[in-house]
Design a protein around this ligand. Structure first.
Ligand SMILES: [Zn+2]
Length: 154
């Protein structure tokens, strides 16, 4: 059993500085770097392709009309880290996100971090609170951990 998991108000935004996506040119692994106030830059380590995109609002990964989950900036770039799991799709923006999910799922005790004074409303919905129920279900734990190990190996 791992140490108790503390939900430190991690939000989706915490993991979107660098998002692993499929390169639109070679389908290899590319990094989409998004830093506030500068364009998103895509760099593919496999074919050297680079591209800049205008910054857009960070959102949950979308699949508007697409069969696979895409980047959170609605650029239509498929997430590199996604695997089928428990009839759903387990995904992560990057390896730090995989680590976060693993520490969450692996923890035997979970407790919500309640800030004092309370955080502004935009920050109350934490990453852990937003996780779908199937990831949190005890009976799925081993499946989810195996799927996370597969994501980590990518
Ligand atoms: Zn490429």
């Amino acid at each position: 059993m791992s140490e108790r998991f503390r939900d430190r108000l991690v939000t989706a935004r915490s993991f979107t500085d660098e998002v692993l996506v499929h390169c639109p040119r070679c389908s290899g692994r590319a990094v989409l770097a998004a830093h506030a106030s500068s364009p998103c830059r895509l760099v593919c380590s496999e074919c050297g392709h680079t591209a800049d995109f205008a910054p857009t609002v960070v959102s949950w990964p979308g699949n508007q009309g697409r069969s696979e989950l895409c980047d959170p900036f609605d650029l239509g770039l498929r997430l590199h880290l996604q695997v089928p799991c428990c009839g759903e799709v387990l995904w992560a923006f990057n390896h730090a996100h995989v680590d976060f999910l693993e520490s969450y799922v692996d923890a035997s005790l979970r407790e919500r971090y309640l800030p004092e004074p309370p955080a502004p409303p935009a920050y109350r919905m934490t990453m852990a609170a937003k996780l779908p129920a199937w990831i949190k279900r005890a009976k799925n734990r081993d499946h989810v951990l195996r799927a996370l190990a597969r994501l980590r190996a990518r």
